[in-house]
Design a protein around this ligand. Structure first.
Ligand code: FES
Length: 104
């Protein structure tokens, strides 16, 4: 199991268990406190925006151009911004920490 730690929109801390290959957005969307993910992972809504802890940024593949272009137009864009629908969890992500980005 992969345990990840999330800070939600209200600053509350949560832990979730994931399996290898789980899409981060799908885990977050299932939670009452989670993301809306309105486009269902089509990389077109940005309602799955998260801030990945700096120490974990390099554990994910780099952004594709469509993810990069969408993130860069957001008010809350930061260098550690990612769209969680584009992130697949692997065993190396055990202990991952992230924050749900403020809603636009
Ligand atoms: S779910 Fe819409 S961009 Fe990720």
């Amino acid at each position: 199991m992969i345990t990840i730690k999330i800070t939600d929109y209200d600053g509350q801390q949560h832990e979730l268990e994931a399996k290898q290959g789980d899409v981060l957005m799908e885990l977050l969307r299932e939670q009452d406190w989670g993301v809306a993910a309105l486009c269902g992972g089509m990389c077109s809504c940005a309602t799955c925006h998260v801030f990945i802890d700096e120490d974990w940024l390099d554990s994910f593949p780099p952004k594709e151009s469509d993810e990069e272009e969408l993130l860069e137009i957001l008010d809350h864009f930061q260098p550690n911004s990612r769209l969680s629908c584009q992130l697949s969890l692997q065993t190396v992500h055990h202990g991952l920490q992230l924050i749900l980005a403020p809603e636009e």
